[in-house]
Design a protein around this ligand. Structure first.
Ligand code: SAM
Length: 230
């Protein structure tokens, strides 16, 4: 079974444990890999769409893994009992949707390691995690093909973010890395492009300018620390 680099990296963030849930699983590839590799013994595979969940049912059946999975149709963490799983993956959705899911299902998420991969609104998600009493354990960007994806792992605990961590992710600002450097270059180019189209008096102009400055500072800081890899 061939997984995308994104799904492979997500699977590696799930710790060896008895049970994990994949919320919004769709195709079921991720829990399939987790079960097949022995990283987890049982999986809760959930999706709000019964049609999407059927894809996972089929895949797990073909792979001979369905007897180790519970398939549940429902909204977010509503499908889980507190303490039922040790890890919860929520990937491939918008950051605001992930926030909504965590808000509704705080009890189910209380003791689990969260593995989150928002498609957008990443900073909003980081700020929500802080306000809701989670501690971020790792937060890094990966490049899969031409696209960048942030992967955040978190669990309940005390934490606070500095401004750079809010925007760029804790792990990457400490260690750099080729994917992060490529991300910063792409981000700077994107912001420079956006600034050409936005009138200076517009609030977005100020926001883009500030983020561009932070991005340039990140690049400079990595270079000064010998962590620039391009
Ligand atoms: C783009 S797919 C992502 C699939 C997989 N997690 C991945 O990362 O490749 C998003 C899936 O999330 C499901 N979904 C969206 N909102 C949901 C919610 N509130 N609760 C459960 N599933 C949801 C959708 O039905 C869809 O199957």
């Amino acid at each position: 079974m061939k997984l995308s680099y994104r799904l492979e990296r997500l699977s590696q963030c799930v710790p060896q444990c008895a049970a994990a849930a994949d919320i919004g699983s769709d195709h079921g590839l991720l829990p399939c890999r987790l079960l097949e590799s022995g990283r987890i013994e049982r999986a809760v595979i959930a999706d709000i769409s019964a049609a999407s969940l059927q894809k996972a049912v089929k895949l797990l059946d073909v792979q001979g893994l369905a007897h180790r999975a519970d398939f549940r149709t429902g909204n977010g963490l509503d499908v889980l009992l507190p303490g039922e799983v040790q890890a919860i993956v929520i990937a491939g959705m918008g950051g605001l949707e992930i926030i909504d899911i965590l808000r509704r299902g705080a009890a189910a998420a209380a003791d689990a390691l969260l593995i989150l991969q928002p498609m957008r609104s990443v900073r909003d998600l980081r700020l929500y995690l802080m306000s809701a009493g989670y501690a971020i354990r790792s937060d890094f960007v990966i490049k899969d093909g031409k696209k960048f994806y942030q992967i955040i792992t978190a669990r309940m605990g005390e934490d606070a973010l500095i401004l750079d961590e809010e925007h760029f992710g804790r792990t990457d600002i400490e260690r750099g890395g080729a994917h992060y450097c490529a991300y910063l270059v792409a981000q700077a180019a994107k912001l420079q492009g956006l600034l050409k189209d936005v009138p200076e008096e517009n609030a977005a102009y100020t926001a883009h300018t500030q983020l561009l400055e932070l991005t340039k500072r990140q690049i400079q800081s990595l270079k000064e620390r010998g962590l620039w890899q391009i």
